[in-house]
Every structure is written in C-alpha cells, then in structure tokens.
Design a binder for this molecule. Structure first.
Ligand SMILES: O=C(O)c1ccc(O)c(O)c1
Ligand SMILES: [Mg+2]
Length: 605
C-alpha cells in the first residue's frame, strides 16, 4: 500500500513558508507543525492552512503540548484551559491530531491512576473539539519514559480520542526492544515519528535535540523498528522528526529531498517497497557498480595535469570525437581530461566519475526514484547515451558500460590516438576521495548507500592540526569501487580538494619513476619517519626509501599500506597506494601528517 509520508517542520531550516514549500517539493504528503514555527510566522492559522493546502500538504500533527498529566487538580484545571485554547487553534489550522509529550514537570507525581484519569479528561475535551490526542513518552519524561508505560496509561484511560505516538528515537535510544510494539492495537497508535541517531554515550536529551538524523544515517535499526509498528496494524503516516543542528542551518530544499530519500530507502529495507505487493511504488532494485570506468577531470588548461599524468605513467590513448576531452590510460585506470567547460571556478576539478554498471538504465531508474537529480542523457546528439545523476556534492556520476558487447560503450565516442603505450606502474584506480560540503556529509553517505548500493563503513574522525577531519568510506563488495567521503578543513584554504588514488604493486618504484619524470611528491617531515621506525619493524633500506620519497605507512592485522602523494594541481591531487591484500583501510592515521604537509606546501608555513 502507498503510505503517507510527513516531515516535522522542526527538521527543516527557514521560515514556515520555506519549510512547507521544501516539504511539498520533495514529495511529502504532510507535515508535523511545530508550535514554534507557527508562533514565529507572520501567517495567521487560516493562512497557514491555506498555504499548506495550496502546496498539496496536509498538516497531520500539531505539536508539542507539554506537562499536562499527573498534577494536582488546580494545576490540571489550568492545563485543560490551555489545551482548549490549542484545540481551537487546531480547528483553525485544520489539524486533527495533537502530540502530548509525557510530563517533565516537577509538579508531576508518580501516580498512574491520576495520570490516566487526567489523560481521559483531556481526551473528552479533545473529542468535544473534534480532535485526537497522541501521547508520547519522552525518553527523559519525569515518570513516563517508555512507550509501554505510555501505552498502559492510554489503555487505562480508555477513550477513543486518546492514543499513543511512537517515536523511534525515544524507544531505541534507551535500548528498549521494540518487538512488543507488534502487540499493540494498530488503531491506537495515532502517530509514528521516525528518527535515527549515531550511537554515542551522551545525555539522552542532548542526543535527541542535537544529533538525530534521518533513517539510514545513524546506527539504529529503523527497518526492524518499522516492521514491528506495521505488524501492529498501524496505518497512519510515517513522519520524520529530526532535531539536528546541521539540518537546522542547511538549506531546506536539499534537506527535504534527503529526508524523503531516507524514507523511501527505509520502506524498502523494511520490505515495503520491494516485491509484488509494492506494485507501482516498488523501487527498482539496486544495481551495485562493479568497477570504476573512469574519473573525469575538468580544467581550462590541460598542460599541468597532462604533465603530471604522464609522469605517473599514463598515456593519452584516445580523443573524444566531438568534444575537447581526451582519454588517458594506464593498466585498468582511465582518466578523462576535459578542457571544455572550465571546471568549478576555473581550477582543475574532479568533476565526474564513471561507474561501471551491470545495468546502467536500471541504475538510473533507481537513482531517479530516490530523487537523485538526473542529468541530461545525451551530451551531444552523436554521443552514446549515458545515464548520469548528480551526487549531493555536485559530482556527476555516470552509469556506464565499458566495451561490453551487449551495451553501448562510452568508449565508442573516442577515437584512438597513435603512439606507444609502455606498461606503467599503475594498475587501476584504488579509490576516489571526495570532500563534502560540511552540511551534506550524512546526506552523501546515505546517497551513496541508497542510490548506488555501496556499503558504508564506519565514520572515522581524525584530529587535524587545523580542525577535525571526518571520513566515511563506501565500497562495493569486492573493493573495486571505493569512495572516501570526507568533511573537514581543506588543506591550504577553503576550497574543497578531491583526490584520486592509483593502485600500484610497488609504490617505491612508482614514486621513483614519477620523480624521475619530473613529478613533485609531497614532502613528509623527518619526524614522521623517525616515529614510524619506532612503531613498526621496517627494513632500514625500505625506511630510507620512505624518507626519501615521502612514503607513508600503515598496517592492520592483515597487511600493510604504503602510500604517497603528488603536489596539488588546482583542486586535485593524486595518491599512489600499495595495498597488501587484506588491508582494508586508507591510511587514516597518516591523514593529519598529510594534511599538515599539504598546508605547508600551499602556504609556505
Ligand atoms: O525534545 C523535545 O522536547 C521533544 C518534543 C516533541 C517530540 O515529539 C520529541 O520527540 C521531543
Ligand atoms: Mg517525538
């Protein structure tokens, strides 16, 4: 069945008008209207109702009403007057459900009979106004802090205008097993709020108000949770209620799209959008990329990067038939050099990635169903049609086939250029590292996972001398596609820098060759290698080569990783990596040294 999707206005930034417009544009059916958003709006309640209706949005919930129950009678009488005011307001807004949070008031007493009796009187008043009350246990509620306690009070109050609101955060943050939810009567669950969060050890209120994220961006088992709620027979909206400091500041439009994408991916993971029962709502299954077809660099001036590629051992092997694009190859690594469009700001940039796809058209259909911006299919009338979408950071992702008989190949648009091709040290692209705008990091990880079917690894924080570098790797199963998403201070200035890492079987030989061909390697301080000698048993001759060439070293239980960096050209640099089979990292412990060295190279400090 088609499920109604909502988002809380508190999850988006901007004015209420901006929030509603963003929610509508991203395809939500309705919103939870937060009281503060109404209070801060110049629009009257009827105008808000009309605006939402014009946008095709329902207002599915008004919230929150606080500190109502389990209080002395005189206090409760005042609370009922306050509630009556809210119920009249709701009629003007056209909202039929209000969320009541379990009390945090010091006046509340630990008396379930009193709480249930007062909730029943609240429900009677609600019924008179034609509205319903959804009672939610806050994880930090004074006496009611679990969903089953909230349910016991609702059951005891026994009134048709009173039900529970389930909020995944409050339940999962406490480590509660949600299995019991399946036994609740589904029609008494009046509302469902969904939020994920990164696992962390911190005060639950701070965690809730600052670090919630959209499903799939944190560590909670949201699909499992949702399955229990749906098993109970819940038929109401699925609503995202995410309090998050980043989303509060980021533009509402992209956040709403990110939110809607997370909900679709969640429904799929919960088994709701897959298979026959999903019907027309079914998401096309993921087609996981099976390799990197190419990385495309864009620059107005091909010369510096051509020299660099040549020094790395690449040869120019083909030229696009209609555009100023050349193909450079070495081993299975392919780089396109595009001098046509100037790149972002005129600097050399990594503008596009070609992903080898088992089924490019299906990959594009899934991407579109998950709200990825689809790029024009044909770049020129004569070109092979290429399916492409934009990632959240603007990188163009092409779903392509390379020289496969059954599909048009992007290489068909290129004519080979004459010339020798010496075998060089580079075997293939090991990984691509994409710096993300700070407010798109979680969105990017979810995008690469949900849209592309790549598996996200742990989020890693690295202390850098100029701040904190956060990174998260997404990979396919055999490691032939590895994308490192990073966010943090950019070396040498504010502009984000991307890099391409090339795999080689012998990084010392590759680095020597590069230097002999005129390439400049990033210099690494002697202190680093002194420390390396203390930490690892590295043969003296090898260590001497590391010092000479600026090679960095890391190892895990299964193997070693040796890597070095070229100078930065525009907004791109290259890395040579020698990865032992089994080593699964990216040399993260070396990142602060690398970043400091790049900054020193860029600024002379
Ligand atoms: O942080 C809060 O107070 C708060 C308010 C309303 C909610 O639905 C909620 O989950 C938390
Ligand atoms: Mg909530």
């Amino acid at each position: 069945m088609r499920r109604r999707t909502c988002i809380a206005t508190v999850s988006l930034s901007g004015s209420l008008t901006e929030k509603l417009a963003a929610a509508a544009r991203a395809g939500f059916d309705g919103v939870e209207l937060f009281e503060h958003d109404l209070l801060a709006s110049p629009l009257g309640p009827e105008e808000v109702r009309d605006l939402a209706a014009d946008l095709g949005l329902g207002i599915d919930l008004y919230q929150p009403m606080r500190d109502i129950e389990a209080v002395p009678e005189d206090v409760f009488a005042r609370n009922l007057r306050r509630a009556a005011h809210k119920f009249r307001l709701m009629a003007r807004l056209g909202v039929d459900t209000v969320l009541v949070c379990s009390s945090v008031s010091p006046l509340a007493v630990d008396d379930d009979a009193l709480a249930a009796g007062q909730l029943r009187r609240l429900a009677e008043l609600a019924e008179e106004h034609g509205v319903r009350v959804a009672y939610e246990a806050l994880a930090w509620g004074r006496h009611v802090d679990t969903y089953d306690h909230a349910w016991r009070l609702v059951a005891a109050a026994d009134h048709p205008a009173l039900g529970v609101c389930l909020d995944s955060f409050h339940i999962l943050a406490r480590g509660t097993d949600p299995a019991g939810i399946a036994d609740l009567p589904g029609d008494r669950i009046f509302f469902l709020q969904l939020a994920d969060a990164p696992s962390t050890a911190m005060d639950v209120l701070q965690w809730s108000r600052h670090h919630r994220c959209f499903p799939g961006q944190g560590d909670f088992d949201l699909p499992g949770f949702l399955r229990h709620v749906l098993a109970a027979g819940y038929r109401g909206p699925l609503s995202l209620e995410v309090f998050n400091d980043v989303f509060r500041q980021a533009e509402a439009g992209p956040t709403a799209v990110d939110a809607q994408r997370s909900l679709r991916a969640l429904l799929e993971a919960a088994g709701e959008l897959a298979g026959e029962s999903a019907g027309e709502n079914a998401l096309p299954a993921p087609t996981v990329p099976s390799g990197v077809a190419f990385a495309e660099l864009v620059t107005p001036d091909a010369e510096p990067v051509s020299a660099l590629l040549r020094a790395l051992g690449f040869a120019r092997t083909a030229r696009h038939r209609g555009k100023p694009v050349t193909l450079w190859e070495q081993g299975a690594a392919r780089v396109l050099l595009n001098t046509g469009t100037g790149g972002r700001g005129g600097d050399l940039t990594l503008a596009a990635i070609g992903l080898e796809s088992p089924d490019p058209a299906a990959a594009a259909r899934r991407a579109e169903a998950l709200l990825a911006p689809v790029l024009p299919r044909r770049r020129a009338p004569a070109d092979t049609p290429l399916e492409a979408v934009a990632a959240p950071d603007g990188t163009e992702l092409f779903f392509c086939a390379t020289d496969r008989a059954e599909l048009p190949s992007w290489t068909a648009d290129f004519s080979p250029t004459p010339g020798e091709r010496d075998p060089g040290p580079v075997e293939r692209i090991d990984h691509l590292a994409l710096t993300q705008p700070w407010h798109h990091f979680d969105e990017a990880a979810l995008f690469h996972h949900a849209v592309l079917g790549l598996r996200p690894g742990e989020s890693v924080d690295v202390a850098d001398t100029y701040g904190l570098l956060r990174s998260r790797v997404v990979t396919n199963d055999d490691g032939s596609v590895r994308v490192v998403l990073t966010v943090g201070p950019a070396p040498g200035g504010a502009a984000p820098v991307q890099h391409i890492a090339f795999a080689t079987a012998d990084v010392v030989a590759a680095a020597r060759r590069f230097r002999a061909a005129g390439g400049r390697l990033l210099r690494i301080p002697a202190n680093y290698h002194d420390d390396l000698a203390a930490r690892h048993d590295i043969p003296p001759a090898e260590l001497a080569s590391f010092r000479e060439l600026g090679i960095l070293y890391d190892r895990d239980e299964r193997g070693a990783f040796r890597h070095c960096y070229t100078e930065t050209v525009g907004r791109v640099f290259f890395e040579l990596v020698q990865r032992d089979p089994g080593y699964e990292g990216y040399g993260a412990p070396n990142a602060p040294v690398r970043l400091a060295a790049q900054r020193a190279a860029a600024t002379g400090r």
